[in-house]
Design a binder for this molecule. Structure first.
Ligand code: MYA
Length: 631
């Protein structure tokens, strides 16, 4: 006979297993069509993962991909980078004119020429194909500089290499690389990534553009349109995702699957719309693209027929850290402007930096910046070390970074007051430029669901593996499972390994992270047990788990980096330690607030009310009541 407690745990285990084996696709909630594209090895794998974020969802603090903070540059790479940072910085100060680009809604030719001369169009293209062959970490450092000066130019560069031709570097054959990369790396040709369509935004698998194989089997004919394509009006080479018919080898049945194609404008039948009028990043070109009977040779299939969804997702996964890096540069600028003003401006007889209201803003800005920058280099470092599972971390870095940057720009403007609102201060453009970062490359809303469902699914998979283990005694299985998973062990989370690896000065925040992970694991467990496979529909709850995981990762990345600074005896190590304690305290409070809501009846009532209110507002096409005057 098992104790009631053990039986309860067994039921929890069963729920997890059921949920994992029947977790539906994200697609099912957004569209009728389900993508059948092959996913990355990692998303499918049943093996235990060392991803820090995935483990968080089981309440575990896995330090393997956290500490030590990656130190991936060898001396050559370091000196190459050192030789580039200053000239690129100088170039953006002296040659590029962000305000002029913004006003003209185009990038000035001298900027484009200068960037091409510096090799900025092929930063990560291997040297053999004409690029600079930089690592992700080197790339991160350079886009950080760009992000501080001109996000519009950054997007033109990023749309070109971070996503436009990234598929060629990741999945291209030698012939494809040889044919396309040299001209793209030199800036002779521009690239674009063409996924979004009028009816396919977040639901990326539902693209309607279609490519049909010719009877001779030598080319595809493509028809369809793409929307809001960065560099769409100027790109010569495009990575285009289209539906193709694929035969199931086992059954012989025909199915539609997404395939990626390298399309040249010169293939014919390619046209683009006028440059879109946008709120920000105005100098970067955004346009619709139309394909009308465009003939694409079969050699231009990228990554295999039917594998396009995987190509599309992995291109995005591989580029997201760049956004966090660029935005950390933007935040540095905002913090510099805000702190300079706060330290110099006198009101009510004192510098405004002496007032608590301003101090709290600046501290939060600095902490959020530190977390973003730490995440960007942690993720790029993991990628450079050959870690294959970083998609959850990369998604978090994009979501966190874009929200932190928005916060910093907004608070910088607030600190500068009326002056912040004036164009000449240079923050108004930054704020306009920043707004899109919460929307594109996967909206923050969809990415929150993405990494949270990945985490919940992983937690389930881990228990499923345990259930299959030769350990047949359920009592032992359960106790081992929950101990290992950190589930039900909130009071004594497994922080031993973390604390052993962290500098003693960081111990208090390390413990806080451990407790937070325990709370998150517990919350995941509670929600899955409560909603079982229906968990996928519970976006209100998933969003609160997302906040927990994202801010816990911010704590973790910052701790890891401060640990490195302390050990290296960096001049700023003491300050960084205080900053990280501050960040961790603030983040833990926020996580506790979000996870606490999951247990609150009042929040449940609010969730139900929100469903009703939003339905009424939508049915009414806006707010329902007339104004209080009845006029
Ligand atoms: S580009 C357009 C951006 N668009 C998007 O990001 C679309 C967002 N939507 C999605 O990501 C997906 O549709 C979601 C999946 C996540 C909603 N990695 O059935 P599924 C696998 C690996 O759940 P869906 C732009 O904005 C999954 O495991 N695998 O799919 C340009 C499954 O595998 P299997 C993944 O319901 C901006 C299969 O796929 C991933 O459709 C310009 C199907 O899954 C993943 N991420 O939902 C920016 N997701 O079948 C310029 C799913 O094996 C760049 N799977 O189980 C700037 C760069 C900045 C640098 C410089 C600046 C200064």
């Amino acid at each position: 006979m098992y104790s009631v407690q053990v039986l309860k745990k067994l039921n929890v285990l069963k729920s997890f297993i059921q949920v994992n084996s029947s977790i539906p696709r994200l697609t099912s909630r957004y569209a009728a069509t389900a993508s059948t594209a092959e996913s990355s090895k990692d998303a499918k794998s049943n093996e235990a993962s060392d991803s820090f974020v995935l483990n968080l969802f089981s309440g575990r603090v896995n330090t393997k991909q956290l500490t030590p903070f990656p130190s991936v540059l060898d001396s050559d790479q370091r000196s190459t980078l050192a030789g580039m940072v200053e000239p690129v910085d100088k170039f953006f100060q002296e040659v590029n004119n962000a305000d002029k680009n913004d006003a003209l809604e185009t990038i000035e030719p001298n900027t484009l020429t200068g960037l091409a001369e510096m090799g900025a169009f092929g930063l990560q293209v291997p040297i053999e194909y004409g690029g600079l062959g930089l690592s992700n970490t080197q790339y991160a450092r350079l886009v950080e500089v760009v992000g501080a000066y001109d996000l519009g130019v950054g997007i033109a560069l990023g749309a070109h290499q971070s996503i436009g031709f990234k598929g060629i570097t990741l999945y291209g054959t030698h012939e494809q690389k040889q044919k396309y990369l040299p001209d793209l790396a030199s800036g002779k040709k521009f690239a674009a990534y063409c996924l979004t369509e009028p009816s396919s935004g977040s639901d990326a698998g539902s693209v309607q553009t279609r490519a049909v194989l010719s009877p001779c089997g030598k080319h595809y004919k493509m028809n369809g349109s793409k929307l809001w394509i960065s560099n769409g009006g100027i790109a010569d080479v495009m990575t285009v995702f289209a539906k193709t018919e694929v035969k199931d080898e086992a059954t012989g049945a025909a199915k539609d699957k997404v395939t990626a194609f390298i399309v040249e404008r010169g293939f014919g039948g390619v046209s683009s719309g006028p440059p879109e009028k946008k709120m920000g990043i105005k100098c970067s070109n955004t346009a619709a693209l139309y394909f009308e009977d465009t003939e694409i040779p079969v050699e231009n299939v990228l990554g295999g027929v039917g594998n396009g969804f995987k190509v599309a997702m992995n291109v995005l996964n591989n580029g997201r850290f760049g956004m966090a890096a660029a935005l950390s540069g933007t935040m540095r600028l905002c913090i510099a402007k805000a702190s300079e003003h706060a330290a110099g401006r006198t009101q009510f007889g004192a510098k405004i930096s002496s007032y608590g209201a301003i101090q709290e803003k600046l501290a939060r800005m600095a902490a959020k910046h530190y977390a973003t920058e730490s995440m960007a280099y942690l993720v790029s470092g993991l990628m450079d070390s050959g870690v294959a599972e970083f998609q959850a971390e990369a998604a978090i870095s994009k979501v966190y970074g874009s929200e932190a940057a928005w916060y910093c720009a907004d608070e910088a403007i607030q600190i500068l007051g009326g002056m912040g609102y004036m164009r000449e201060t240079g923050l108004e453009r930054v704020m306009r430029d920043l707004r899109i970062f919460r929307i594109f490359e996967g909206t923050n809303d969809i990415l929150r669901l993405f990494f949270t469902l990945l985490g919940v699914q992983y937690a389930g998979k881990q228990l499923q593996q345990l259930a299959k283990s030769p350990l047949s005694n359920p009592s032992a299985l359960v106790s081992m499972g929950f101990r290992k998973m950190g589930l039900g062990s909130v009071a004594s989370p497994d922080t031993g390994a973390l604390l052993e690896r962290l500098h003693p000065e960081l111990k208090a925040s390390g413990e806080l992270l451990g407790q937070t992970a325990g709370h998150l694991g517990q919350a995941v467990q509670d929600i899955v047990v409560k909603h079982k496979k229906g968990v996928i529909e519970r976006q209100h709850e998933l969003n609160r788990l997302a906040e927990g995981a994202m801010h816990a990762y911010a704590m973790a990345a910052a701790l890891s980096r401060a640990d490195q600074s302390l050990r290296a005896g960096a001049a700023s190590a003491e300050y960084e330690t205080r900053l990280v304690h501050y960040l961790c305290n603030e983040s833990a409070d926020w996580i506790q607030y979000n996870l606490g809501q999951l247990k609150s009846n009042r929040t449940q009532t609010s969730i139900e009310l929100s469903k009703d209110i939003s339905k009424t507002v939508c049915d009414n096409g806006g707010v329902v009541q007339v104004n209080p005057l009845g006029l």
